[in-house]
Design a protein around this ligand. Structure first.
Ligand SMILES: Nc1ncnc2c1ncn2[C@@H]1O[C@H](COP(=O)(O)OP(=O)(O)O)[C@@H](O)[C@H]1O
Ligand SMILES: [Mg+2]
Length: 266
């Protein structure tokens, strides 16, 4: 395993999270280096989405540290974490149906940039420094949605909504993007196109991705961490993960895209 000299962009240190009496995360350690594609894999129910909830501020870890860019963000509200440059893609939860495609992107860009200085007024934010419209147009082009620019989001096809949703996560020039199963529910061809698009969108960014198609994981990821029952049991380069005994035991031969939902053995 490499021992990078740079401090990690994101570091979770002994993070625990309980929901009521249920302990979901039991001391998660995770280091994501600047610029890498880092996959977080593990059986269903391992706690992957909960790790994302804790990183993005949706849940507050009871103990441990969540360091982003050198600062502890545990307990910081989600919108403030977003403005510090850590974003998360959601599935069809954050689109404004009644607004146009371009306005959805503009709002995301504006929200991400807004109030980096608390004293800013809305119009100073709108008028200075940040070219929100230019950024929205650039994302529109990357997403292949320029022709749909002024259509209401409600009129988009499902696949286009999914694309737009991914695009929102890249608005505001985040340094770290969390993607939780971005191709879930897609056909094989749609998933391939989405992965290609994600590569372009994510140029120059750091990505932490939860993905259960192991072909995609081993194609994209430079580093893989494996979560099982609320603990990271292995973390390393893809080849090291593939041959890790404990990982093989937990997956019980399920490193196949055809069987993503296979539960871990007892
Ligand atoms: N609010 C909650 N209360 C109790 N258990 C929960 C809650 N949310 C999630 N869980 C449980 O925590 C475990 C981890 O869930 P999740 O993070 O969604 O796993 P993954 O994304 O790896 O499939 C699951 O067993 C799930 O049932
Ligand atoms: Mg999940």
């Amino acid at each position: 395993m490499n021992a990078p000299a740079d401090p990690p962009l994101l570091e979770l240190d002994k993070v625990t999270y309980r929901a009521g009496k249920t302990e979901i995360l039991s001391g998660v350690n995770l280091r994501v280096q600047t610029g890498e594609w880092h996959a977080l894999i593990g059986p269903n129910g391992a706690g992957k989405s909960t790790v994302f909830d804790v990183i993005s501020g949706r849940h507050r870890a009871q103990t441990g540290r969540v360091m982003f860019n050198g600062r502890d963000i545990r307990g910081v509200p989600p919108h403030m974490i977003r403005r510090r440059g850590l974003s998360r893609a959601f599935q069809l939860s954050t689109l404004f149906d009644g607004l146009s495609v371009v306005d959805n992107l503009r709002i995301a860009a504006l929200g991400a940039h807004a109030m980096r200085q608390a004293s800013d007024t809305l119009w100073r934010r709108l008028g200075s420094r940040v070219d929100v419209t230019g950024e929205a147009e650039r994302l529109l082009a990357l997403l292949g949605l320029t022709a749909r620019r002024d259509e209401r989001v409600a009129s988009l096809a499902y696949a286009q909504r999914r694309l737009l949703e991914l695009g929102l996560a890249f608005a505001g020039d985040p340094s770290l993007v969390l993607l939780d199963e971005p191709t879930a529910g897609m056909t094989h061809d749609e998933a391939r196109r989405t992965i290609t698009l994600l590569r372009t969108l994510a140029l120059g960014k750091t990505v932490l991705i939860v993905e259960h198609d192991m072909h995609v994981v081993f194609e994209l990821a430079e580093h893989i961490s494996v979560l099982a029952q609320g603990v990271v049991i292995a973390s390393g380069e893809p080849q090291a993960i593939r041959s890790d005994r404990e990982v093989q035991r937990v997956y019980a031969g399920a490193f196949e895209p055809s069987d993503p939902s296979r539960p871990s053995p007892p």
